[in-house]
Design a protein around this ligand. Structure first.
Ligand SMILES: [Zn+2]
Length: 790
């Protein structure tokens, strides 16, 4: 495979960017010094309109093709200075150098921001855009709007102000990969704190946000940065750390060294925010800041080890948050999100392993199965940490950072660093887990890969001791006698043992190993349980059981009554109004229980909600229960849905936006719900929210078929809008909501024409298997479930 790094090794970039007054384009000069390794060298350059290229003072000819600049007759083993003059467009596609626009009252504000991972630095400057090609960077950015603030990875060295231009020159970066460079230009509010170890931390957001939502992220970032200093034994090397929330952002957040960028919902919170929101923000910040070491200081050589970055950050986010703010119960989130998500996807045939070959950087988009690369990978590292022991694990990591700082590594380098502290061969243990898809189910001490299709497959996985906590990446298929025994002593099990039991039964029930109907007595045996994380798992089992019921059928009504009965003990205890003496667990559990009451459509519950909350402005409702209150109010008064949509569009408050989105899409009025499908196209839903908004609409069974059809009818438009980075999420989500053979056939008929498209092939194949398995399960298990309710 061709690597440009083999031809040319950049040492230093000097980049100056001059942004136009209307922020639609920039002019730039990039000077690269580096060592020539071949006669013909290549640079990445996409969307750049090159005016001139000068090598060592002489204007040279060059070939421009396929996003490359090709220079020939270069002096091998000499250091050269390549100067490129060019201009480039700034578009709103949330990659490269892009424009984010928002309303502040009736004023329109613009922010120019960057997103270079994985291969979009080349849309800003000619470069060897490969992670191993580390260099130092001098950056200078000018804006034709002198009131703009300009941020980048490093602190400003100098700032000059003409009457029509502001220019900021930044200090030189340490040696780093191109995909980590970043800058942002706009009008920001900020909140500054200093970490105990002396790093200046500033949290920034657009001027439509509130300063009080910046204190919490800034303080948590300071604490977590100090924590990692000690944990990894290499102090954070930059003098400052900025966090910036952007109104338009493709993913959740991005670990640019010294200037981490976020979606607003992933960064903004205050002590009065919902528990979930505080937990989420802390976890995202802990994730991104762990990348300052794992990813930024030490970087994977090539993208096939991307899992190393992401799996690691995904484990550290819980580890660090738990140490700094134990009350946020970060491991609970790890168990219910990362572990459950990974298990649920990794049991489908055709799913990818954690580590995959990446031949072309463009492949990364569809290799980015987050349930696997983030979720499963972090789960495997968690297994390794538990098996080695925490102390040993971090001893190895300290060695790893000391040895490889500012360098590039492969998985083997990590295994080598950890090995001296393990009593087993780390590489031998980890490699089969990482390179094979799936995980085993253990029956009578024997393992077999667990697949929900019931197929047999030959993979074998290294197993240590089988434990009934959450250490190992396997399911335990108890015999009838063992299962009965476990249930009989439920009260004596600890939290992890209970979770293990619920996760195992939930997944095994997707196959003929365990009958779905047996989940019902299992749920009942937990009715007196009060731990919120256990209830999250119980809820996920309930959600699975919903597939067996036709909306509004008498069977569904019976099931709803059943759910009501399950929820009542905790509902009576917690009610619908938060109390001063609530424990953290009460705070987390109440919305889960209210969600079950909402699903059961219990009239007393709905009346109580109406009476208590009908006359309170929804933004003012206690944030821990706000989304479920909004959902229930929309259930009672469908016309509120439209009002919420108006508020969704205008409020700058991203947490409120999310709650409203949940509620308004669930409206039980077909015409209103259908109107939102049109809204997806007319610009009233922000592009960054489109996928999540669509998924919420799919949940609404009144319009589910229309929502599925909407994708078939609008495919070309959707593909154009979403691009390769997110389009495959659509078949993924759609497959999760298909429960009838009519919907299944329409899905297959439509996607048959896309089965061979590289970006979609894997997801379509996995989706077919998932849908077929679900339809088979409904057919085989539904009668017994209906009987149970008779
Ligand atoms: Zn990450």
């Amino acid at each position: 495979m061709e690597r440009f790094y083999d031809y040319f090794r950049p040492k230093h970039y000097a980049i100056s960017i001059d942004i136009s007054a209307d922020k639609t384009r920039f002019d730039a000069v990039t000077i690269i010094t580096g060592r020539v390794k071949a006669k013909t060298i290549k640079l990445h350059a996409v969307k750049l309109r090159i005016k001139e290229i000068v090598v060592d003072g002489k204007v040279v000819d060059y070939i421009r093709k396929d996003g490359q600049i090709i220079l020939s007759k270069m002096p091998i083993d000499k250091t050269v200075r390549i100067e490129a003059r060019y201009s480039a467009p700034i578009t709103a596609d949330m990659q490269g150098v892009y424009l984010s626009t928002y309303q502040d009252g009736d004023k329109t504000e613009q922010i120019v921001a960057t997103q270079f991972e994985s291969h979009y630095a080349r849309e800003c400057f000619p470069c060897v855009d490969e992670p191993v090609a580390k260099a130092t960077f001098d950056l200078m950015v000018s804006s034709a709007k002198p009131t703009d603030m300009i941020l980048a990875n490093m602190p400003a060295k100098s700032e000059t102000l003409d009457e029509d231009k502001k220019t900021v020159v930044f200090e030189r970066t340490p040696k780093m990969s191109t995909y980590l460079l970043a800058f942002a230009v706009g009008n920001f509010i900020g909140c500054q704190v200093k970490s105990k170890h002396g790093v200046q931390i500033t949290a920034y957001a657009g001027i439509h946000q509130k300063v009080e939502d910046l204190e919490y992220p800034a303080q948590f970032a300071a604490d977590v940065l100090d924590f990692y200093d000690d944990c990894f034994n290499v102090p954070f090397p930059l003098p400052k750390m900025d966090l910036l929330a952007l109104p338009d952002f493709e993913s959740g957040a991005m670990e640019n060294w010294g200037l981490v960028t976020f979606r607003e919902i992933a960064m903004l919170a205050n002590e009065g925010s919902a528990f979930d929101q505080k937990q989420y923000v802390a976890i995202v910040i802990a994730h991104e800041l762990s990348h300052m070491w794992f990813g930024d200081l030490v970087t994977m050589k090539w993208w096939d080890d991307l899992w190393l970055n992401e799996s690691f950050a995904n484990m550290m986010e819980s580890y660090a948050t738990d140490k700094i703010r134990p009350e946020l119960a970060a491991w609970d989130d790890f168990y219910t999100t990362a572990i459950l998500g990974a298990y649920s996807r990794d049991c489908l045939p055709g799913v990818q392993p954690v580590k995959v070959d990446v031949k072309h950087v463009e492949d990364i988009a569809n290799l980015f199965d987050s349930a696997i690369v983030y979720g499963k990978g972090s789960r495997l590292l968690f297994m390794l940490m538990r098996t080695m022991g925490e102390e040993n694990f971090f001893k190895g990591l300290k060695d790893y950072f000391e040895k490889h700082k500012y360098g590039s590594t492969e998985a083997d380098d990590l295994w080598k660093a950890l090995s001296p502290y393990a009593e087993f061969d780390v590489k031998e243990f980890m490699t089969p887990w990482l390179t094979q898809p799936g995980y085993p189910v253990i029956t009578d001490g024997k393992q077999e890969r667990f697949l929900i299709t019931g197929e047999h497959s030959d993979e074998k996985y290294p197993l240590g001791d089988i434990k009934d906590d959450l250490t190992g990446d396997y399911l335990i298929n108890l015999s009838d006698a063992e299962y009965a025994k476990k249930l009989s002593r439920l009260a004596s099990l600890d939290k992890e043992q209970k979770m293990r039991l619920l996760i195992d039964r939930r997944l095994l029930a997707k196959t003929d190993r365990v009958a779905s109907v047996s989940l019902l007595p299992l749920l009942e045996s937990f009715a007196e349980e009060t731990d919120s994380v256990i209830w999250e798992l119980l809820s996920s089992i309930i959600a699975d059981l919903k597939i067996f019921f036709t909306p509004s059928s008498k069977e569904e009504k019976a099931f709803k009554k059943y759910i009501l009965k399950l929820a009542l003990p905790n509902y009576r205890r917690l009610g619908i109004v938060p109390r001063k003496n609530d424990t953290d667990n009460d705070i987390k559990l109440r919305p889960i229980i209210m969600g079950m009451m909402h699903y059961s459509e219990d009239e007393d519950y709905l009346d109580a909600i109406d009476e208590e909350y009908r006359h309170i402005f929804i933004a003012k409702v206690d944030q821990d229960i706000r989304y479920i209150v909004a959902c229930s109010l929309v259930r009672i008064h469908p016309e509120l849905s439209m009002q919420y949509f108006g508020l969704y569009q205008t409020t700058p408050d991203s947490a409120l936006k999310r709650d409203l989105m949940d509620a308004l899409t669930g409206v039980k009025n077909t015409a209103i719900a259908l109107s939102y499908l049109d809204r997806l196209k007319d610009g009233s839903v922000r592009p960054q929210d489109r996928l999540i908004f669509y998924m919420r609409l799919l949940r609404n069974h009144l319009i589910r078929e229309d929502a599925l059809k909407w994708v078939y009818d609008n495919w070309s438009w959707l593909y154009e809008e979403e691009g390769d980075k997110t389009i495959f999420e659509y078949p993924r989500f759609m497959a999760a909501f298909i429960r009838t053979s009519v919907d299944a056939e329409a899905f297959k008929e439509f996607f048959a024409q896309h089965e061979n498209e590289k970006i979609l092939a894997r997801d379509i194949a996995v989706a077919y298997a998932e849908i077929d398995a679900r339809l088979r399960l409904i057919k085989s298990d539904k009668d017994k479930i209906y009987e149970y309710f008779k």
